[in-house]
Design a protein around this ligand. Structure first.
Ligand code: ADP
Ligand code: MG
Length: 259
């Protein structure tokens, strides 16, 4: 019997002639926070979409709690890069979209949703509309919405990339706090190495063409982590180690994009 929350075995994916993922295997245990870092175009989003069931692999297998999955499910919550809020719905109604689709509209579900909005620092904003909120607040609504369905596994694809540097730092701290409280199993994608190290128990470092895991780096920094953690020589050494692993690929991807 597997004790892993998520087990991905030898996932392979091609788009035409391009092999995007080559036999990527990863396991994540219950309550673990794992990040995926790698240069732009290395297949991070593709990997996450396959885990979420939004896309299918050409080879390999995925299990959540030992069950094979073949499509989207409410055991997995997804937070996208850009916020995907419905402009005509207020914040509360945006947060319950997933519950609504699942037909879960009990008073308990509604009460739990209010608590989640509180948890992400949005108590009092239930009746506001997305356009009335800042980028950081909208990304918090996204997070609350993914948490509202109470997923076994939270999948996050560069959720903070649209935020300015200060807001991003604050959101990293917030996410850590929320994770400490709920102990969800999280798979978090970012191209920012320090963000991955700050948040994670383990970082999976991706290489590109084809996307594959170069190394798994265990982050044994004590929790809770604070701003001071980012100046800890051990933190700096971990970031440096990961950067050296992907530096070549990053330079190449930057040159390809801008050359
Ligand atoms: N639907 C698609 N059709 C064709 N190519 C795609 C598609 N989605 C992604 N790709 C390509 O697959 C590669 C990996 O993309 P992606 O998973 O988005 O990388 P990342 O999220 O790491 O930046 C890129 O070269 C991208 O252009
Ligand atoms: Mg991506």
């Amino acid at each position: 019997m597997s004790t892993n929350k998520l087990e991905a075995r030898a996932l392979t994916k091609r788009f035409g002639d391009l092999e995007v993922l080559h036999e990527v295997s990863a396991s994540i245990s219950e309550g673990e926070f794992v990040s995926l870092v790698g240069p732009s175009g290395c297949g991070k989003t593709t990997f996450l979409r396959i885990i979420s069931g939004l896309d299918t692999a050409d080879g390999g297998a995925i299990e959540v709690d030992g069950r094979a999955i073949s499509g989207p499910g409410r055991d997995r919550g997804f937070v996208f890069q850009s916020d995907s809020l419905l402009p005509w719905r207020n914040i509360f109604d945006n947060t319950i979209v997933g519950l609504e689709l699942a037909g879960r509209m009990s008073p308990e579900d509604m009460a739990r949703t209010r608590k989640l909005l509180d948890l992400v620092g949005l108590a009092g904003f239930e009746n506001y509309f997305p356009r009335q909120l800042s980028g950081g607040m909208r990304q918090r609504v996204n997070l609350a919405r993914a948490l509202a369905i109470d997923p076994e596994l939270l999948l996050m694809d560069e959720p903070f990339s649209a935020l300015d540097a200060q807001t991003r730092e604050i959101m990293q701290g917030e996410l850590q706090r929320i994770w400490e409280e709920g102990r969800k199993t999280v798979l978090f994608v970012t191209h920012q190495i320090d963000e991955a190290v700050f948040l994670s128990d383990r970082v999976l470092v991706f290489a590109r063409r084809p996307g594959r895991i170069l190394e798994e780096v265990t982050i044994d920094l004590p929790r809770p982590r604070t701003m001071a953690t980012k100046r800890d020589p051990k933190f700096v050494a971990l970031v440096d180690h990961i950067w050296k692993l992907i530096e070549h690929d990053v330079r190449e991807s930057v040159l390809l994009e801008h050359g």
